[in-house]
Design a protein around this ligand. Sequence first.
Ligand code: AMP
Ligand code: GLY
Length: 424
Amino acid sequence: MNILILGSGGREHTFAYKIVQSNRCSQLFVAPGNAGTSEIAINISISVNDFEAIKNCVTRNDIKMVIVGPEDPLVNGIADYFLSSPELKNVMLIGPSKAGALLEGSKERAKEFMIDHKIPTAAYQSFTKETLKEGQLFLETLNPPFVLKADGLAAGKGVLILNNIEEAKNELEDMLSNSKFGAASSTVVIEEFLDGIELSVFVLTDGKNYKILPTAKDYKRIGEGDVGLNTGGMGAISPVPFVDDVLMQKIEERIVIPTVNGLQKENIDYKGFVFIGLINVNNEPFVIEYNVRMGDPETEVVLPRIKSDLVELFEATFHQELDKTSIEIDERAATTVMIVSGGYPEAYEKGKIISGIKNIEDSIVFHAGTSIKDEKFVTNGGRVLAITSMDMNYKKALKKSYQNIEKLHFDAMNYRKDIGFDLT
Ligand code: AMP
Ligand code: GLY
């Protein structure tokens, strides 16, 4: 069958890499894609939020399956759009309905869902412009650090963690009264700070059954030692070495099962990924966020470890038959290191010629922000390439990624040299 992937990052290149390996796939399309996807699929220059253009692309190319990479089109209701269209309703779209996507689209909604379904999470209250004073008083009842979260999508920048009470009160006012994050901060969730180590768990669900995918840990800060500004993610490791069977069982029983059951109880149509951000506090897992898609760069380490045919898993997801499938995982560890443009996550230049990709051996190069100019790969975004390697343990895998990165070059290229530094 013909398949379409929506998105243009390393995550989407990784989906493409797996999907072209399936003999269920005849022709793969990626919209809009990047230079990496153009080598294995047909890139179509349309925006992930232009539903009408996507509909035309699907009907014109006889596409039978659509995988939605980023959250935006999901929060905007692409799954509902497909279901309500006679020409599209039988197309196997992998991604939740708008009601499901609200678990990522609204932090307040996610917190209410967790409370209603008794899923462990940090204590919280939410506030609006009208209740700013109450919010500031609430801050005084908490111990630092203070966690302030813009309710809506804020491109990963909407969470502030502050040590000083006055600063926290001022930021709350800035978010609520001065629209610091635009409409996304018209409601702010203030929550208890959880002191522990983060990890992510990925689940594929058909709304009734689920499969737990490999765990991963990403490195969000630009600076080594986890300092500096937040990025989309500078590297990732899978599996997370400190997750043992006991912790995984707690995560499944206390978090994964109640989440899937909660979706079902609330009649939410959900055929897609749930990416659960967790903090492990003394071996007790708490949810800090839901995302309704795969992570980037987590996908670059999770998918290469899945040996099963991804297209078959997606077909079972669409038909609510995930219980009839099994999933085979590669025991080896996978690591990825993101190569970024100098200046990222602040201003950076594009169009720099990338050299050395063809010299990479024994690692996979996933393209993120790249395009082709005069038959050469050039940079076209902040995050440019993800170099993924696999080996018996994450240290050996990382060594391969770093050795291969030595062969790459573009003007002002940057990457973190300490991925995995906090693991033993
Ligand atoms: P989020 O967008 O909800 O994942 O939050 C961004 C980052 O803020 C997370 O990756 C955590 O590092 C941190 N964070 C969020 N919520 C909490 C919390 N309750 N306690 C401690 N850190 C948090
Ligand atoms: N790497 C974090 C995310 O995709 O949200």
